[in-house]
Design a protein around this ligand. Structure first.
Ligand code: ATP
Ligand code: MG
Length: 457
């Protein structure tokens, strides 16, 4: 057991490091083109030669982005991801063959309003967040506009695995100290982004990347946003149509719009449990179904367990079963470490105001008792290839896009046996690829709920 003094010194050093926010203004100029667009200044005022009647799309096509390098400097090696907002490729730089990157293509096809808001949001936020446990955005590249439209790519440092891919592989068996290292890094990343007033809003195993050296990187900031400082004292009115359904916290499912960092901690709890169950623990098919699974695991959602819940828009509308809380009992079947069970219980707390935050979670006894967090390098070095959710074996009978991990999981999720929703169906898994966010890529009206400037800056 580490002494309290040692624990405090280690924590304060880490926190100091975490709060060192790299300044946005130090960023090189290659983003100037994108910055001009992100300001949403009419093209005509930026570039007098451009007629105001040009649509944004036409403007992007015609504009020669002087600070975006051409994507042809990279050579694509393999497709490694298919997200809601575009494809992701492993690629290498032609000049320096040792430089391996990930290229995230920005889907422009359905854009009527120019450069997609999700990509802008991701760029803008990643510019501000430089940390060991956050994926590193290297640059933005575009393809030369020929007779086809120009395409933009976000270029990231390449990470060999994502957590969903690793957990889908039966042979990847993390030791308890390695699980601790994963959770420690994940919470470190969250502590950093929350300390810098950003909420991720899409925590899930596929958005957690791991390098071959075992360094964890939080990725996919397409839904992230800055926390508003509301001077007028009015509650925030963020959209609640965020977070992949299986990782969505109860406050969002009940319609809360004045939420904050605890939404990410709920996701962290779901991911942590998945380290043992090897599959998402609550696999609802609808929002109501998800709430039902939550109530079955986390107990009755009532004003007694969660003061103020009665004021949420959907509380009286949705019929939620009143069940006893069984988080500890059910997770103990998989998780033998009592401290891990206790931390899980605190992360999966229904009341967001009482849910443990990233900083307190890092101070939990789980991280300070034997086995201590241990490097993942040894276990990962035994893997012959990269593990990504996208490359996980597909379910033999599943429809296109079904992820094998979901359907063919080696260890049943916690919900198994209680309802059919515990086991994900091919249809649900397939719809998961389209976005359990609750929207499709072409339906960005969801963001109209947050003002444009507010959500980008
Ligand atoms: N830097 C990277 N290195 C390696 N793989 C990556 C990297 N960035 C993304 N990926 C892979 O691509 C997948 C999709 O990327 P990302 O989550 O950023 O896209 P998305 O379109 O927002 O996805 P979704 O909407 O499905 O969450 C990730 O789950 C991961 O497997
Ligand atoms: Mg993603």
């Amino acid at each position: 057991m580490v002494t309290l003094g040692q624990r405090r010194t280690a924590l304060s050093l880490e926190i100091k490091k975490k709060l060192q926010l790299s300044c946005f203004f130090n960023r090189p100029l290659y983003l100037v083109g994108v910055r001009a667009m992100s300001g949403h200044v009419p093209p005509s005022s930026l570039f007098p030669g451009v007629q105001s009647s040009l649509s944004n799309a036409k403007y992007i096509e015609n504009y020669n982005f002087p600070f975006c390098e051409e994507v042809c400097k990279y050579e694509k090696l393999a497709k490694i991801g298919q997200g809601t907002f575009g494809e992701v490729f492993k690629a290498r730089e032609k000049r320096d063959k040792n430089k391996i990157v990930a290229l995230k293509k920005v889907l422009m096809e359905n854009e009527k309003e120019g450069f997609p808001i999700t990509a802008l949001r991701e760029i803008r936020i990643l510019q501000q967040l430089r940390h060991e446990n956050i994926v590193n955005l290297i640059e933005i590249c575009n393809s030369k506009a020929t007779q086809y439209k120009s395409t933009f790519y976000l270029v990231f440092d390449f990470c060999e695995h994502d957590l969903a891919g690793l957990l889908s592989n039966y042979y990847v068996d993390f030791h308890p100290g390695e699980v601790k290292m994963i959770m420690k890094q994940l919470l470190n990343g969250l502590c950093f982004i929350h300390g810098n007033k950003i909420i991720h809003r899409d925590m899930k195993a596929a958005n957690v990347l791991i390098t071959k050296q075992g360094v964890l990187k939080l990725a996919d900031f397409g839904l992230a946003r800055a926390i508003s400082i509301n001077k007028s004292g009015q509650p925030n009115r963020y959209t609640n149509r965020v977070v992949t359904l299986w990782y969505r916290p109860p406050e969002l499912l009940l319609g809360e719009r004045n939420y904050g960092p605890p939404v990410d901690l709920w996701g962290a709890g779901c991911i942590m449990a998945e380290m043992w169950t090897r599959a998402p623990i609550m696999q609802g098919e609808t929002e109501q179904g998800q709430l039902k699974l939550i109530a079955e695991l986390c107990g009755p959602i009532t004003p007694e367990s969660w003061p103020g819940v009665e004021n949420l828009d959907l509380y009286r509308i949705i019929d939620i079963p009143k069940k006893t809380r069984t988080v500890k009992e059910r997770l103990r079947r998989y998780v033998k470490d009592q401290y891990a069970v206790d931390l899980l219980d605190k992360l999966l707390c229904l009341n967001p105001a009482k849910r443990i935050d990233a900083h307190a979670a890092l101070d939990h006894d789980y991280f300070w008792t034997d086995p201590m967090p241990e490097s993942l390098e040894k276990t990962l070095s035994q893997l012959g290839q990269s593990m990504f959710e996208f490359l996980a074996p597909r379910h033999p009978g599943g429809s296109q896009g079904t992820v094998g991990r979901r359907a063919g999981t080696p260890i049943p999720p916690v919900g198994v046996g209680s309802t059919s929703a515990g086991l994900v169906t091919a249809a649900a898994a397939a719809s998961g690829r389209q976005g359990h966010h609750g929207y499709h890529q072409s339906d960005l009206s969801v963001f109209a709920e947050e003002s444009y400037m507010d959500r980008v800056f």
